[in-house]
Design a protein. Structure first.
Length: 318
């Protein structure tokens, strides 16, 4: 898009804003916008969220990915979501058989800042509607991000303690998984609606998804143990403890960057990852399903160490 520079005063040059962008955010004369210099570019940005239209979907048609679609619409920024369903239709949801309407209610409860608004029937369509009840605040991003790390550390610790004692705590883990997913969805929604003020949106998006992926691996470990029971060998427990230590240290280094400590952590994660891979190849570790999830955790943690460097790239400036 090409714009001409206009002389708007004795010592002032200005450029007009694209009208489609102005209308999208309902900008008015006198409102403030942020202008950031980035090399030979200027980034113009508003803190106002995108005003999205309402969305609707049919749960029966979209099963088994209907919950994923609802989460996608929430993260994209829709403020009103209508889910149509078939009365008394049973579906499998997170390992349990429940009615479609109950699945909708459970999913809507998962959406932070939204509330169930209406359950009704329109002609031959049964539906449930959720609407936004709390406005997004981009200034809360850092607090919510640290909360995601907190939920993940709690989840990893309780799974380690349970498996080291051969104890099944699937119900507690199920709740922890829900908290991790809720927090992740809210963070992505903030990023999509507002971006990140330091031009680190893509890096944070990747970081959030990797933390959530680690949470998924821990949930799978708990689910596998819940289904199969059995004794967890000491070698597996030892590597679970290492993974937990790496998560806690990465959280600390995210909050307070320390180049030397992050280099040390990165080397330890890499060494552990290679060591564990070698043992998997040579079949020196039991509980293969659980072990492969642990290996995936090490892979994600190695990428997270790289992302912490990326978020602190200013350290390398000459």
């Amino acid at each position: 898009m090409i714009r001409k520079i206009i002389q708007s005063g004795p010592a002032t040059l200005s450029v007009s804003l694209p009208m489609t962008w102005v209308k999208k955010f309902n900008l008015k004369k006198g409102q403030e916008i942020n202008v950031e210099e980035q090399g030979n570019s200027l980034k113009i940005k508003t803190t106002l969220p995108i005003e999205e239209e309402s969305a609707k979907l049919n749960i029966t048609e979209l099963n088994p990915i209907s919950t994923k679609i609802i989460a996608m619409l929430y993260k994209t920024g829709y403020k009103k979501i209508r889910a149509e369903y078939t009365p008394n239709q049973m579906i499998l949801h997170r390992g349990k058989e429940i009615k479609e309407l109950d699945m909708i209610k459970n999913t809507f409860d998962h959406l932070i800042g939204m509330q169930l608004w209406e359950i009704g029937k329109d002609k031959d369509k049964n539906y449930a509607t959720v609407i936004e009840s709390t406005k997004l605040n981009p200034k809360e991003f850092e607090n919510v991000f640290n909360k995601l790390y907190f939920h993940l550390m709690h989840q990893s610790e309780q799974i380690y303690e349970a498996l080291s004692k051969n104890k099944d705590i699937f119900d507690e883990v199920f709740l922890g998984e829900r908290l991790i997913n809720q927090t992740q969805d809210l963070l992505i929604k903030i990023l999509i609606s507002f971006g990140h003020e330091e031009n680190k949106t893509l890096s944070y998006h990747d970081f959030i998804l990797r933390l959530e992926c680690i949470g998924d691996r821990y949930f799978e470990i708990a689910k596998i143990y819940h289904k199969n029971k059995g004794i967890i060998d000491s070698e597996t427990v030892k590597y679970l403890q290492k993974a937990n230590d790496f998560i806690e240290r990465s959280a600390s280094l995210y909050r307070k960057f320390d180049f030397e400590k992050l280099i040390q952590l990165t080397k330890e994660i890499y060494g552990t990852k290679e060591e564990y891979q070698e043992k998997l190849i040579k079949n020196k570790i039991k509980n293969s399903a659980i072990s492969h999830n642990i290996y995936s955790i090490f892979l994600e943690l190695y990428q997270i160490a790289e992302l912490i460097f990326t978020l602190n790239h200013e350290f390398f400036r000459d």
